[in-house]
Write a protein that binds this ligand. Structure first.
Ligand SMILES: [Zn+2]
Length: 315
C-alpha cells in the first residue's frame, strides 16, 4: 500500500492542473452592462487558450431586446456556451433568438451548441460558415491540446443564415446592423453595430489591450475598415479580445496596423527576407506595443504573413 502513495500524489498534482473537461461553473462569466440592454461578457485572459484560462480567451456580448436575446460570439467550447447561457439567465428569462458569430476562429463559435435548446437563428459570413464546417474538428482537437482537455468534446451547431453584405434588421424592436469587414481580420468576419445605443461589437476586427492576430486577414483592407468603424461614431467598443473601451481605441488600433505595415514595407523595400524584417518591426513598434501585450508571441507569424501582402502592393 505504501508503494502506491507516490502514484496517488502524482494523480493529485495532475488534477490540480485542471486536466480533464471543465464544467460551466468553472468559467467566471459576469455580464457587464455597457448600455441599456447591452452586456459584455469579458474574458480576463490575454493569452492563447491554456490550462489556466480553461480555453476562455475571447469576449462575448448579448443584447436583451423587447422580444428575445441576441448573442454575439459563444466561446471556445460547448461548455463555455452553456456557461454563457447561464450568465444570460442571471439577467433575463427571455429566450436567445439570434446569434451572430463574428468569424470562423474556434474561440468565437464553438459554444453555439450551448444554445441549441433555444433554437436560435445563427448568422455569420458565408466564408466563415464554410471554414467552420471544414475546421471544426481541428479547432476542438487543438483547444484540447492547448488546455489539457479542459474544453472537452464540443458538439457543433453551425450558422444557418449567411450575411455577406451590410444588413440592417429590427430584432425584437432593437435596430441591429451587421457589417462585413471585407475579410480584414479573417475571411467573412462581421461586426455588429447598435445605432441606438452606439455600441460596436467587433469580434477580432478590434483588439484592445492584446496584440492582434493578423495572419488570416488582409491588413491593407483592415486599415481602411478602421475608418469605416471610426465613421460610425461609437460610444462603446466591445472588442473580440481585451477590455471594453471608448472610441479612442479605434484610431489607436489603426495606428498599430499602419505602423506594422510601414515597418514590413521597410524590410520589403530593402530586399530583406521576412525573418530579417522582424527586428525592424520590433524596433519601429517598440512604443506602440506597450498598449498591446502578447506582441512578441505573434510578431514572427504576423510578419511572415504580411510580407507577401506588402510585397504584392509595392511591386
Ligand atoms: Zn479571437
Amino acid at each position: 500500500m505504501i508503494r502506491s502513495i507516490p502514484w496517488l500524489a502524482v494523480a493529485l498534482v495532475w488534477s490540480a492542473q485542471a486536466l480533464g473537461a471543465a464544467s460551466p461553473e468553472d468559467y467566471p462569466m459576469a455580464p457587464e452592462r455597457v448600455a441599456p440592454g447591452v452586456y459584455a461578457v469579458l474574458s480576463p485572459a490575454r493569452d492563447f487558450p491554456n490550462p489556466e484560462n480553461l480555453g476562455w480567451n475571447a469576449n462575448m456580448a448579448f443584447v436583451v431586446t423587447g422580444d428575445g436575446v441576441l448573442v454575439v460570439d459563444t466561446g471556445s467550447s460547448e461548455t463555455m456556451g452553456v456557461a454563457l447561457r447561464n450568465a444570460i439567465r442571471s439577467v433575463t428569462d427571455q429566450p436567445v433568438r439570434w446569434i451572430v458569430n463574428t468569424h470562423s476562429h474556434g474561440d468565437h463559435w464553438l459554444g453555439n451548441h450551448g444554445f441549441a435548446g433555444d433554437g436560435p437563428e445563427i448568422m455569420a459570413g458565408s466564408a466563415s460558415i464554410a471554414r467552420m464546417k471544414q475546421q471544426a474538428d481541428g479547432w476542438i482537437d487543438s483547444f484540447n491540446d492547448m488546455t489539457g482537455g479542459a474544453t472537452g468534446q464540443s458538439r457543433t451547431l453551425f450558422p444557418d443564415r449567411a450575411v455577406d453584405e451590410r444588413v440592417e434588421r429590427d430584432l425584437g424592436g432593437t435596430r441591429v446592423v451587421l457589417l462585413p469587414s471585407g475579410d480584414s481580420h479573417s475571411p467573412g468576419d462581421l461586426v455588429v453595430w447598435l445605432p441606438e445605443s452606439r455600441v460596436l461589437i467587433t469580434g477580432d476586427v478590434v483588439y484592445t489591450d492584446r496584440a492582434p492576430s493578423v495572419w488570416d486577414g488582409r491588413v491593407a483592407q483592415w486599415i481602411g475598415f478602421m475608418d469605416t468603424l471610426i465613421g460610425l461614431g461609437p460610444r462603446v467598443v466591445i472588442p473580440g479580445h481585451g477590455r471594453v473601451e471608448g472610441p479612442e481605441t479605434l484610431p489607436r488600433l489603426k495606428g498599430y496596423l499602419t505602423a506594422l505595415w510601414a515597418a514590413v514595407e521597410e524590410g520589403v523595400l530593402q530586399g530583406l527576407p521576412d525573418f530579417e524584417t522582424v527586428p525592424i518591426v520590433r524596433e519601429r513598434m517598440a512604443d506602440i506595443v506597450v498598449d498591446y501585450p502578447g506582441f512578441e508571441d505573434k510578431v514572427n507569424r504576423s510578419v511572415a504573413h504580411m510580407y507577401t501582402e506588402v510585397e504584392d502592393s509595392v511591386f
